[in-house]
Design a binder for this molecule. Structure first.
Ligand code: NAD
Ligand code: LMR
Length: 342
């Protein structure tokens, strides 16, 4: 009953049908950073998802406690929390089909996501090394910021280990889509569940580009500027409201659980599953931008098809131009750092 209640409020109609379906597929999902602000509610939502058969939780502190708590929920999946040792993380990762990584520090008011680079780059690099060794074929979902740089860092680690598969690495940008959809529904008094605004680019400030025109909307003047700013800086709204206690955790847990659910659906044969996500992308490689978020069709092998950005207005093209410049810098920073700090 509890699972149904939560799924009804958090997921859409198609996903609700999937929740009630029985699946014979075995899907181990690992969360690294599972005892954190995102990790705990994310693990909870994954425990409520019947597509997940084994939930493996790792953190440098507290994962066994979170696992013991969640394991009492009356859904079928098994849950185990692992000790903060090299053996612990390896055991957690072995056999995983999906690895979600929200490990790392969040922002405080006044900080940019890039200000987290110095701390989070090495956390993500080290966890990526474990993943490359223990589950080289898993889908790796990067949540830790700055996503624009932590995804390239992860790719370089996998390349160095000789196991890089660009179809299996995803920067989770779902929260930008969730926000863009919710915010337009507030302006237009529509049902947010029916809104699905495409957001492309990356995951920080000006690299977040909502494409309202593709949903048939056109805002003007101050309303347009405020909407774009709110989508691009939605994260700051939460950071400020939390007053030093961190950034978005609950909405991010929902967004991460939605993306994991989409991957599992696609892996289990459902067609036409599309999520915007930040991937190794051909779209702007000629401009030196090697990772880019656009609509991506998911399949059993991870990335099935990267959709082009499509038709945009002149105003949106202007946003894209700024985005590409910033993204290139963020990507190069990650790649340079990991080469110097292997
Ligand atoms: P948090 O501090 O509450 O939790 C982070 C957890 O990571 C902690 O439990 C910590 O012990 C753990 N951790 C630290 N180093 C680790 C390591 N080496 N191995 C395993 N676990 C480790 O932070 P949070 O609010 O959960 O945010 C986590 C990250 O997610 C931040 O970098 C934040 O900026 C990012 N974030 C991204 C998005 C997005 O849309 N992609 C949204 C929100 C937050
Ligand atoms: C978000 O968009 O909420 C996250 O990236 C966290 C942050 O630092 O804003």
């Amino acid at each position: 009953f509890a699972a149904r209640q939560v799924s009804q409020s958090v997921f859409g109609a198609a996903q609700r049908r999937a929740f009630s379906a029985t699946s014979n597929n075995l899907s181990k999902v690992a969360v690294l950073g599972a005892a954190g602000g995102i990790g705990q509610p994310l693990s909870l939502l994954l425990k409520l998802n019947p597509r997940v058969t084994e939930l493996a939780l790792y953190d440098i502190k507290g994962a066994p406690g979170v696992a013991a708590d969640i394991s009492h929920i009356n859904t079928k999946s098994t849950v185990k929390g692992y000790d903060p040792t090299p053996e612990g993380v390896r055991e957690c990762l072995t056999g995983a089909e999906i690895v979600l990584i929200p490990a790392g520090v969040p922002r405080k008011p006044g900080m940019t996501r890039d200000d987290l680079f110095n701390t989070n780059a090495s956390i993500v690099r080290d966890l990526a090394k474990h993943a490359a060794a223990s589950c080289p074929d898993a889908n790796i979902l990067i949540i830790s910021n700055p996503v624009n740089s932590t995804v390239p860092i992860t790719a370089e680690v996998f390349k160095a280990a000789g196991v890089y598969n660009p179809k299996r690495l995803f920067g989770v940008t779902t929260l930008d889509v969730v926000r863009a959809s919710r915010f337009i529904s507030q302006l237009k008094s529509t049902d947010p569940a029916n809104e699905n605004i495409t957001v492309v680019g990356g995951h920080s400030g000006a690299t977040i580009v909502p494409l309202l025109s593709q949903a048939g909307y056109s805002l003007e003047g101050a309303e347009k500027d405020e909407y774009i700013k709110r989508v691009q800086f939605g994260g700051d709204e939460v950071v400020q409201a939390k007053g030093g206690a961190g950034s978005a955790t609950l909405s991010m847990a929902m967004a991460g659980a939605r993306f994991a659910e989409s991957l599992l659906k696609a892996a289990q044969g459902e067609k036409g599953v599309i999520e915007p996500t930040y991937v190794d992308s051909p779209l702007y490689k000629d401009q030196g931008v090697t990772y880019f978020a656009s609509q991506v069709e998911l399949g059993p092998n991870g990335v099935e098809k990267i959709h082009p950005v499509g038709k945009v207005t002149e105003f949106e093209q202007g946003l894209l131009d700024v985005c590409l410049k910033d993204l290139k810098t963020n990507i190069e920073k990650g790649e340079k750092w990991v080469k110097e700090n292997p």
